[in-house]
Write a protein that binds this ligand. Structure first.
Ligand SMILES: [Zn+2]
Length: 361
């Protein structure tokens, strides 16, 4: 194996993360990247730091066999997934784990393989069975799938994201991009409609010294009433983003109840979200631990104590609604169990408040 300069490789990882961030395959702090440096070690991105803020010293060196690490930053909580993947795939020199939209949504339909095409060629993407994030079971499921499909350089992790590998970063990036295009086409076939993603903003607001400030001067009274109701019931929030993306609009028109199909939905949004039949019912649907309030036929209000939090909720809701539509059209899907969702939601809120405390100090 060629000698790798650790410092250079740390910078390379950051470079790759920026590239993937730019094309939208990596967002915020979600997902992670690693590079094998020798038979027993890999470098991996840290947990909980935005890709824009990464610096070389944050990339830790992790031992494949016992997960011990060198460096001041805690390596990604999914380091075990990377370690097990390197073990079963000696051909892997670089791994990219993403929560990319279309592939993640394709992984909620309960199928073992996703069949699609890319550049006129057939593509088969194996799906690793679901397990809770950060668990031994998840790492095992991924490793078993990678071992079974040795010809595949990319797999979907059910209800979560993807894992793409290659001899080098270029191959791993290609795999992630190819998979997203192939899964977009797959979902277009399932849903019989074009598929876009991204947050479309309607009427936003935030609190300033206890006063509601609307981003748009022409915010209708009807909408203002909803914002006020949300602030009155949710004393913990300061920002509301009105999400009117195509998928969120569709769900606000057609559905009456959403359960999590993706891990990040359970973590950031909540365990169960109701979509009211009429605006009078909205007030009763503003819940303490649910960070989305649907408005019938008019999208959803995504809330957070900071603008950043509200934005994260908006992004995750858009993806969750695409998954929801795909499962509805497909006629079946794999939902996360209520217990799993409650566990994840609690764990996330706990570790999040801890992180917020650290950032305050
Ligand atoms: Zn992940």
């Amino acid at each position: 194996m060629k000698q790798i300069d650790l410092q250079e490789e740390r910078e390379h990882i950051i470079q790759v993360s920026r590239e993937l961030h730019e094309v939208g395959l990596l967002v915020r702090t979600w997902g992670n990247i690693s590079s094998r440096v020798d038979k027993d070690h890999f470098l991996v991105t840290p947990s909980g730091i935005k890709y824009e803020d990464l610096t070389p010293e944050m990339i830790s060196l992790v031992n494949i066999n016992d997960l011990s690490f060198e460096g001041d930053y805690k390596p990604s909580s999914e380091s075990k997934v990377h370690a097990y993947s390197y073990k079963v795939r000696p051909d892997a020199g670089f791994i990219v784990h993403t929560h990319q939209v279309f592939a993640s949504c394709a992984g909620t339909l309960g199928v073992k393989k996703v069949f699609s095409y890319f550049d006129d060629e057939d593509v088969t993407i194996p799906v690793a069975p679901y397990a809770l994030p950060g668990t031994e079971k998840l790492a095992e499921n991924v490793a078993r799938t990678l071992n079974k499909y040795k010809d595949s350089n990319g797999i979907i992790m059910a209800n979560h994201g993807t894992l793409c590998l290659g001899g080098n970063s270029k191959e791993a990036i290609f795999e992630a991009e190819m998979m997203e295009t192939a899964c977009n086409d797959f979902l277009i076939d399932v849903c019989k409609t074009d598929m876009t993603h991204g947050v479309e903003v309607g009427y936003n607001s935030h609190l300033e010294n206890g006063v509601v400030v609307y981003d748009q001067k022409d915010t209708p009274e009807r909408v203002k009433r909803i914002h006020e109701q949300i602030y009155s019931k949710r004393r913990d929030i300061n920002y509301i983003i009105h999400n009117k993306s195509e998928a969120v609009m569709t769900v606000s028109r057609r559905a009456n109840h959403m359960r999590p199909l993706l891990d990040d939905f359970a973590q950031l949004i909540g365990v169960s979200v109701k979509i009211p039949d009429n605006e009078d019912e909205i007030y009763h649907n503003i819940k303490k631990n649910v960070n989305v309030v649907f408005s019938p036929n008019d999208g959803a209000y995504c809330v957070g104590s900071t603008e950043d939090d509200a934005q994260a909720v908006a992004i995750v809701l858009d993806k969750g609604c695409i998954a929801y539509m795909a499962v509805m059209r497909n006629g079946e899907g794999h939902y996360l169990s209520k217990l799993e969702c409650i566990k994840m939601n609690r764990h996330y809120r706990k570790s999040y408040s801890k992180l917020a405390d650290i950032n305050k100090n």
